[in-house]
Design a protein around this ligand. Structure first.
Ligand code: ADP
Length: 395
């Protein structure tokens, strides 16, 4: 019983074959540079890696390679469903949905909220339905987990008409990852998810922090778009809302230019002038690179400030979870963040923290401290589970 998990971007398809019951993965890979003459697909057959070129550079061609790989493994007939990652489900989707013409229309209606991502997700779903016509397809939304946020958390203090007419509110993203690691953290703490209050920090190229009360998201740092919140690889996170007007007047930049720079030239890259990659920044900082040190320090400070702010959404804090490439691997970012959070009682266990890298999870705080944990995220497995759940319920 396998689920094929697809994450279709405008020029890429990330795929994974997952068993939602056992958590086993058989096949994964990434098709890149679709739409260009240099398109290729990298396949990981569970250790053995191969790369095929895709001369046509199209989605159907990429799916053709995936089908051939499923045949080669002899598992094509054991695939029961296809689960699609979809970025924005607006207020319409608080749960994953079986793909129907109505659901496709509703995803299309969310395009203004995610003009880059949702069209690519839609194109991917349509191509995948053509490639796998006999299978049920399920859309799993990045925003859905956060639909439980109360109004005080999701409303901006802006004219009400903007919300009513245009849906200007906070939605949040990375929901699949926050939901998954909250469940795993509860299990690792030996607690019922319904009884624990957690703060989860997903720190990859994109970064967000979520307050999870009893398994439900009650606040998150990303907002209308994934630009809000903490410092990220190339995204600025929070800036003064007056910045656009100021830069338009002072530097003659257009709205589009400012938005592109905040998304692609800000964050760790912008601050350091060097790279968006945390590992490289830590190495450069150790060699004395001033910009790299500043980038890491601002990243940590704003992260700690956001975590502390999230406690306003909880009556108690039972655990702080680090995940994503940085959260799972950077012992120094975790230690520095916990040091900034000493006011909440956090005290790192240096040895446990140093051990929790490269796939090792666990509690990284000393006796007497509220627990902080490293949990490895697995969005593909979570999407496979959600997909299987929808198919079993038949809705
Ligand atoms: P994405 O959001 O694209 O999935 P990842 O979750 O893989 O990204 O996170 C990428 C980030 O994780 C990069 O900034 C990378 O430098 C960082 N990272 C990975 N390994 C380490 C490490 N050993 N030390 C510090 N940072 C690391």
């Amino acid at each position: 019983m396998w689920t094929l998990v697809l994450n279709c971007g405008s020029s890429s398809v990330k795929f994974a074959l997952q068993n939602p019951e056992t958590g086993e993965g058989r096949l994964s890979g990434l098709a890149e540079r679709l739409g260009s003459g240099a398109a290729s697909v990298r396949v990981d057959r569970g250790g053995e890696r191969v790369t095929h070129s895709l001369p046509g550079g199209s989605y159907p061609e990429a799916f053709g390679v995936i089908l051939a790989e499923l045949d080669a493994l002899g598992v094509r007939d054991d695939v029961r469903a296809v689960g699609h990652r979809v970025v924005h489900g607006g207020e319409r989707f608080s749960a994953p949905a079986l793909v129907t013409p109505e659901v496709l229309d509703a995803i299309r209606a969310c395009v203004p909220l995610a003009p880059l991502h949702n069209p690519a997700n839609l194109a991917g779903i349509e191509a995948a339905r053509a490639a796998f016509p006999a299978l049920p397809h399920v859309a799993v939304f990045d925003t859905a987990f956060h639909q439980t946020m109360p109004e005080v958390a999701y409303r901006y203090a802006v004219p009400e008409a903007w919300y009513a007419a245009h849906g200007v509110r906070r939605y949040g993203f990375h929901g699949t990852s926050h939901a998954y690691v909250a469940g795993e953290a509860a299990r690792m703490l030996g607690r019922d998810l319904g009884d624990v209050n957690l703060i989860t920090a997903h720190l990859g190229n994109g970064c967000s922090v979520t307050a999870v009360r009893g398994g439900r998201s009650v606040d998150t740092s990303m907002g209308l778009t994934p630009l809000e919140g903490v410092v990220m690889g190339t995204r600025s996170g929070d800036v003064d809302p007056g910045l656009h007007d100021f830069l338009a007047r002072q530097a003659g930049l257009s709205l589009g230019e400012i938005t592109a720079a905040l998304n692609k030239e800000g964050g760790l890259l912008g601050l350091s002038g060097l790279t968006n990659d945390m590992r490289e920044l830590e190495e450069a900082s150790a060699r004395g690179h001033v910009g790299a040190r500043l980038a890491v320090d601002v990243f940590v400070y704003r992260l700690a400030r956001t975590v502390a702010g999230m406690t306003a959404a909880l009556e108690r804090l039972d655990g702080l979870v680090f995940t994503g490439g940085i959260g799972e691997n950077s012992a120094s970012v975790r230690a520095a963040t916990l040091a900034r959070l000493a006011v909440l009682g956090f005290r790192v266990d240096e040895e446990a923290n140093a051990r929790a890298v490269r796939g090792q999870s666990g509690v990284i705080t000393a006796q007497g401290s509220p627990p902080a944990l490293v949990v490895n995220t697995n969005e593909e497995l979570m999407i496979a589970r959600e997909t299987a759940g929808v198919v079993e319920r038949g809705a």
